[in-house]
Design a protein around this ligand. Structure first.
Ligand SMILES: CC(C)(COP(=O)(O)OP(=O)(O)OC[C@H]1O[C@@H](n2cnc3c(N)ncnc32)[C@H](O)[C@@H]1O)[C@@H](O)C(=O)NCCC(=O)NCCS
Ligand SMILES: Nc1ncnc2c1ncn2[C@@H]1O[C@H](COP(=O)(O)OP(=O)(O)OP(=O)(O)O)[C@@H](O)[C@H]1O
Length: 333
């Protein structure tokens, strides 16, 4: 993979649109290949899904590459295209205006325009995905999450936390071009169970990515632990906390309880890297597969953590393992 980075006089180097698209596609492929994931598609089979397999997920990830590149290009153009101080301008503006008052009074117009452009590119990406998969929803949630983070990195976020905050800002803005259409499964689950789903996770600056999955990946890297086990444990930790509309739509509150308590149990048994934990994980996989419970939202957030973990941020501070690891994450139960 190319590691091309662009330099600008105003700030430290940051990854190009091509590099960001590569990293996003790679994150999706690594999530898809990771095994054994409970209830999810991986190299062993379709998990709780009747309509997907690993080859389809990999083809879908590749089909999203142009969309990720376009999202990054659009974000970079917006950040650099206006303002006397060039690319730093939008980031500084975002920081300065944070928390000043009612949003509409101070929202930078460029950000509103970008939000609608991201929506247009995202919907085109969904269409490209559908063409490759024959209409199967392989990565709709993942495109949303990764797409926002790719855009935030391209704007010039210096750290993963900052990227999550910029993505949150974008996710919270209105998109006047959303087509009226069929109500999604996620929307049905949100209405029925009063949860905020993929959109809420983004608007909250991805607490399960930043506070749950990433610290586990970092800590494992720093301690030289087995990578796949650490990745599976990161997935399980997210599953144990997330209000996943994918699960809620398929299995209701009881389904969500099964997923969350099952994931918690695997971790309590020692996690995927231990014999007992592994047995509990395989048992959970059987249970979720039999009940058609897919933790697709957690899979998306794991891919987002892989992506953020792989971006060469200008600020090395973010590459350090999180010292607050032991604390309870800022996620609702
Ligand atoms: C916000 C999105 C995901 C639609 O969400 P909605 O809940 O209405 O629909 P849908 O059921 O199709 O997708 C939900 C998917 O999100 C994931 N998910 C579910 N729960 C969660 C959660 N709590 N946190 C994160 N992801 C979750 C799952 O993969 C699930 O399948 C998105 O597709 C969208 O609005 N796209 C429009 C294009 C756009 O604006 N793109 C901008 C950046 S790319
Ligand atoms: N490895 C994976 N296995 C299964 N789903 C995944 C995986 N990785 C991510 N996902 C996410 O799970 C979501 C698919 O969920 P799901 O199939 O329930 O969608 P749906 O549109 O509600 O369709 P369905 O009619 O099959 O219920 C995708 O949006 C995708 O982002």
């Amino acid at each position: 993979m190319s590691t091309t980075r662009e330099r600008s006089p105003a700030r430290a180097p940051r990854p190009s649109a091509d590099v960001l698209a590569n990293l996003a596609v790679r994150a999706l492929c690594e999530e898809a290949r990771l095994s054994p994931k409970p209830g999810l598609v991986d190299g062993r089979g379709a998990g709780a899904h009747g309509d997907m397999d690993l080859a389809l997920l990999l083809a879908s990830a590749e089909a999203l590459r142009p969309a990720f590149r376009s999202l990054a290009d659009a974000a970079r153009r917006t950040a650099t295209g206006a303002g006397p101080r060039g690319e730093l301008d939008l980031r500084e503006e975002l920081q300065r205006r944070r928390g000043l008052g009612p949003r509409d009074e101070y929202e930078p117009r460029r950000l509103l325009v970008l939000r609608e452009e991201l929506g247009r590119i995202g919907r085109a990406g969904e269409a490209a995905m559908s063409r490759v998969t024959g209409g199967v929803n392989t990565h709709r949630g993942a495109l949303w999450t990764l797409g926002l983070l790719v855009a935030a990195a391209a704007i010039g976020a210096a750290t993963d936390r900052e990227a999550a905050r910029v993505a949150a800002r974008l996710a919270g803005l209105p998109d006047r071009n959303v087509p009226a259409g069929a109500i999604s499964h996620g929307e049905r689950a949100r209405r029925r169970y009063g949860v905020s789903g993929a959109r809420g996770q983004a608007v909250a600056a991805f607490p399960h990515v930043i506070g749950v999955a990433l610290p586990r990946l970092r800590l494992a890297g720093a301690a030289g632990l087995q990578q796949d086990a650490a990745r599976l444990d990161a997935l399980l930790a997210v599953m144990s906390l997330l209000e996943d509309t994918c699960v809620l739509y398929r299995g209701g509150r009881e389904g969500l309880r099964v997923v969350r308590s099952g994931a918690e149990r695997v971790l309590a048994e020692g996690g995927a890297g231990t014999r007992r934990g592994r047995d509990a994980l395989l048992e959970l996989d059987e249970r979720l597969t039999a009940r058609r419970l897919s933790p697709g939202g957690s899979a998306d957030l794991l891919a987002a953590a892989f992506f953020l973990h792989s971006v060469p941020w200008p600020s090395p501070a973010d590459a350090r393992p999180c010292r607050r690891q032991g604390r309870r994450p800022a996620c609702r139960r």
